[in-house]
Design a protein around this ligand. Structure first.
Ligand code: SAM
Length: 202
């Protein structure tokens, strides 16, 4: 039920669920994710440029990513609770000049500038399957020339493939040009996929 509502529910209900979970400490375990497999990809493709992080959570990516590898970072999240943590952490790490955060539902969010990297880190699960292609097409307009999408997801649980994430990767592989796909193992099969709209120049 929760999984259905966090993908298909109205924005105000999704916000309530996520705010309650962040306030209750359910997601405290993602506060520290230093050394995650996504960082080398982000650092490579950000190329000292700009990052849009959709479903950014409590500021782990914005503050664990090597500071010298990007110029600006914008985190979007539906949860004001998560963003309060993200902003506080950014003050503590002295990155307020680089990191900005805004509340929004990534199914309808309209950026006001293009980015070098658009990231869905552990957040694409909350895009309905039928919207994966339209949502990525929408954000394609906000990729700079040479820009890429980076998606990090767990494709399995206890060694068994999960249907929706596996299907999401298939949709990406069919409709976009994949530059890299890294499988980082473990029972969850942590996977990072880097891609751009078909036919876009490098
Ligand atoms: C599992 S957490 C991942 C957080 C962070 N990206 C990470 O990898 O540690 C998923 C995040 O996506 C956010 N989220 C879920 N649905 C969303 C939506 N429709 N729009 C914006 N953010 C959303 C949640 O509030 C939560 O912060």
């Amino acid at each position: 039920m929760r999984g259905f509502v966090t993908s298909y529910g109205p924005s105000n209900v999704k916000k309530l669920i996520w705010d309650r979970e962040f306030a209750g400490g359910k997601w405290n375990f993602i506060d520290n994710t230093a050394g995650d497999c996504v960082y080398p990809y982000l650092e490579k493709y950000a190329n000292q440029g700009s990052i849009l992080d959709l479903g950014c959570g409590p500021g782990n990516t914005a503050n664990e990513l090597s500071e010298s590898k990007y110029r600006t970072y914008l985190g979007v999240d539906i949860s004001a609770e998560a963003l309060a943590k993200a902003k506080q952490r950014t003050e503590q790490t002295g990155r307020a000049e680089k990191n900005r955060f805004t509340t929004g539902d990534f199914l309808s969010y309209e950026p006001d500038e293009p980015f070098d990297v658009i990231l869905f880190r552990e957040s694409m699960y909350h895009v309905p399957l039928g919207k994966i292609k339209p949502v990525l097409s929408h954000y394609s307009q906000y990729l700079k020339d040479g820009g890429v999408f980076i998606v990090r997801m767990y494709l399995a649980m206890n060694g068994k493939n999960k249907f929706r994430p596996t299907k999401m990767v298939q949709i990406i592989e069919k409709n976009f040009d994949v530059l890299e796909k890294g499988r980082h193992g473990g029972p969850g099969d942590a996977t990072v996929i880097v891609f751009r709209p078909q036919g876009r120049r490098a």
